[in-house]
Every structure is written in C-alpha cells, then in structure tokens.
Design a protein around this ligand. Structure first.
Ligand SMILES: [Zn+2]
Length: 157
C-alpha cells in the first residue's frame, strides 16, 4: 500500500461515522426514543447528548458507551461529557453514583406509595422537606414525576 493510500485509509477510518443509536440520526431524543431505550423515568426529550446533536458518532463510541446510558444527558457539562465518553475513571464513577441515586429515588417513591400507602401529595411533601425554600412550581414538577413513577411501575407489573 502506498503512503498516500495508507494516509487516505487512516483518514477515512477515523472520519467514518455511523448513525447515532440513541436518536437514530435526528440529533434530538423524543419520547419514542426514551421509551425504546427504557429511560422513561430518567430522561426528558431534548438534544441528543450521545452524538451531541450531530446525529452521527464514531463506531468506537457504540462499543464503549451504552446508547441508553442514563448519566450521559445534556444535564452534564461539556467537559464531563468528554471525560465520560473517553473512559475517565472519575467521570465513570460519578456516572455510576448518579444512576444509583436516581434508581434509589425511584425505588423509594414506589415503596412509599405501594408499601407505605402514602398518596402522591404526601410523597411530594416528604421530599420537599429537604428543600429549604420550595415553590408551587417545584411541587407540581415533583408531583408529576412521582405520578409518572407510579404509573410506570403499575404498567410494568
Ligand atoms: Zn444522537
């Protein structure tokens, strides 16, 4: 292989991109994507953080980072995204901690509702106790999230 051929092959292999498996090439994640990737309780629609809205990714990204990784959203900073997708150990640990925390909250809501028999309002008030100053908007957001968790778990039973 000539030098130029090799150079060309190298260039094409690093620039070869595939369709983003998270947003399927749309650049943003919608409710159907969220359902398909089983993150109904963890994501809201928005720009795709997997491909960063570009709609295509490097093939190695797919083997290294799960398309449905719950931590990799637009809520994390650009720097954190870069660290995370490049396998930085501290960023991966933060990702694990975040996922455990979210799973714990979901589990806790289910227990309060199905085991302790609290209603949505009571569960919301329990969580709001840990927030020094909350407003009605936060309470409504929290209540609708709790409702979503309950609806989702009664569907999957
Ligand atoms: Zn994408």
């Amino acid at each position: 292989m000539s030098f130029f051929q090799r150079l060309f092959n190298k260039t094409t292999s690093t620039e070869y991109l595939v369709e983003c498996p998270r947003c399927l090439g749309k650049g943003h994640v919608d409710l159907d994507d969220i359902k398909r990737l089983k993150n109904e309780l963890k994501w809201i629609p928005g720009k795709c953080a997997y491909c960063n809205g570009v709609s295509k990714v490097k093939p190695e990204m797919i083997t290294e980072v799960a398309a449905n990784d719950a931590y990799l959203t637009i809520n994390i900073s650009k720097l954190e995204r870069t660290l995370f997708i490049n396998g930085n150990q501290a960023a991966i640990k933060r990702g694990e901690a975040h996922k455990e925390y979210v799973d714990l909250i979901i589990q806790n809501i289910k227990e309060l509702y199905f085991v302790e028999n609290l209603d949505i309002e009571e569960i919301a008030e329990l969580y709001l106790q840990s927030i020094p100053e909350w407003d009605i908007k936060q309470k409504n957001e929290l209540s609708s999230y709790i409702k979503k968790v309950i609806e989702h778990s009664s569907k999957s039973k």
